[in-house]
Ligand binder design. Structure first.
Ligand code: PEP
Ligand code: MN
Length: 459
């Protein structure tokens, strides 16, 4: 976490229609990781446009999700959050979106069987366009340009024109989120999510000899489905599934412009997504992000890295969940495989002792990033799985609930993370590394993780 003292504030701009005046307090507070475009006429115009566009999600759906997350916090459901580190405008195609949704549904079936409880499906999708960066600039071959901050801010291409912070991208991000979410809704409501097809796709995975170890679990799921069929289960009911959208709430002018008053309750909802999380770099207690998100009704996540103290966690609970509302707050720990067994127990113990009931989720990706010999940002599947195992061990030992999994993954056959049963090797990176930010599990590695976690949940 960066210190706040030197952080700039964002000047008051076009805030959109007046809601609760508290929704603009963040503008007076130190803020990290924002683009340098405030106060320009282009920025004002983009924010004005966003503030009158229709909401992307409805407050009622957000309330349903809060209820589902409350069940997960009580050990009665499991949350699966997955998707790109950074979505891109170019990859918001039908093929890529369907592959990702398909992979999440496939993982969810396997996890549902292992956990014997509902799995809440959530994409890092339809809005995951803004990235915090460790440096404002990037230097290649002696040329220094602004760092890539996600398609909502600038382009990945390494030219001065592309790396310029362009406020028109805010509106493009909204439009791309809308078309992505439209397709997700069509897929998950229109028959694509049929349990039997999802199970059939999983057969493709277990037919690979590298995945022979997972055949018996797949066989059990197969028998369970045939048993349901024989009993006359209503498969029409199993053709649809709920699917929620989530992203890191990083650009507060975007989030504020999409915040609307719910006509039913008169309360503010950030309608850019169902679930929003605050990143490890922007979770300062007296900073803008925590303040803004404390004032919207959506369920909120906070990433907790290895330097998080129990005092940080308790203060975040007081600020973000003062009423101790079930489902309101999710802590997404991202400690690293080497740290989780040592660092997570203190946090969980103190939070539990305080009487707060948060949902604990593991992000086994962000604490395990390394650079490969040939210069790519990568992660070893074994380290990722070790952090997941550590997460289950910690919660088992404390008698608390390991409530979910937050992963960077894709439905495509990329090579970005090393290892897995059908292993990815560094030599494949030159041809198959596509991520513009952090490395993702590919389709097979994602399913393998689901089979392994399913085994852990079944215990
Ligand atoms: C991310 O989720 O891509 C991310 C930047 O995570 P963190 O805030 O945990 O570093
Ligand atoms: Mn990432």
């Amino acid at each position: 976490m960066t210190e706040l003292s030197s952080a700039p504030t964002v000047p008051v701009g076009n805030a959109g229609p007046a809601l609760d005046p508290g929704l603009d307090v963040w503008r007076t507070l130190p803020i990290q990781q924002q683009p340098s475009w405030h106060g320009t006429p282009e920025h004002d115009a983009a924010v004005r446009e966003l503030s009158v566009l229709p909401p992307l999600v409805f407050a009622g759906e957000v309330d349903v999700l809060r209820g589902r997350l409350a069940a997960a916090a009580q050990g009665k459901a499991f949350l699966l959050q997955g998707g790109d580190c950074a979505e891109t405008f170019a990859d918001a195609t039908a093929d890529k979106i369907s592959a990702r949704v398909k992979t999440i549904l496939q993982m969810a079936v396997v996890l549902t069987y292992g956990a014997s409880m509902p799995v809440i499906k959530m994409g890092r999708m339809a809005g995951q366009f803004a990235k915090p960066r460790s440096s404002d600039t990037e230097t290649r071959n002696g040329v220094t340009l602004p760092a890539f901050r996600g398609d909502i801010v600038n382009g990945y291409e390494f030219t001065p024109e592309s790396r310029r912070h362009d406020p028109a991208r805010l509106v493009k991000a909204y439009n791309t989120s809308a078309s992505t979410l439209n397709l997700i809704r069509a897929f998950t409501q229109g028959g694509f999510a049929d349990l039997r097809s999802v199970h059939n796709w999983n057969r493709g995975f277990t037919e690979n000899p590298a995945h022979a170890a997972y055949e018996s679990l797949a066989g059990e799921i197969d028998r369970a489905i045939r048993f349901m069929e024989a009993c006359g289960a209503d498969f029409d009911e199993l053709k649809r599934t709920e699917f929620f959208a989530a992203h890191e709430a990083l650009l507060l002018d975007y989030e504020r412009a999409l915040t609307r008053t719910d006509s039913r309750t008169g309360l503010p909802y950030d309608t850019s997504a169902h679930f929003l999380w605050i990143g490890e770099r922007t979770r300062q207690l007296d900073g803008a992000h925590v303040d803004f998100l404390s004032r919207v009704r959506n369920p909120i996540g906070v990433k907790l890295g290895p330097n998080s103290t129990p005092e940080d966690a308790l203060a975040l609970i007081d600020k973000l969940d003062p009423n101790r509302e079930p489902g309101r707050l999710t802590f997404i720990s991202r400690m690293g495989a080497k740290n989780i067994r040592e660092k997570l127990p203190h946090l969980v113990e103190k939070v539990t002792a305080s009487g707060a009931q948060v949902l604990w989720v593991t992000d086994p990706m962000h604490g395990n990033t390394v650079t490969s010999q040939n210069g790519y940002k990568t992660r070893n599947f074994e380290d990722v799985m070790d952090e997941v195992r550590g997460f289950f061990e910690v919660h088992d030992a404390l008698g608390t609930y390991p409530g979910g999994l937050h992963v960077e993954m894709t439905g495509d056959d990329v090579a970005e993370c090393l290892g897995g049963a059908d292993p990815i090797r560094e030599e494949q990176f030159n041809d198959l590394y596509e991520s513009v930010c952090d490395p993702r599990l590919n389709h097979r590695q994602s399913l393998e993780m689901a089979f392994l976690v399913s085994g852990a949940l079944a215990k």
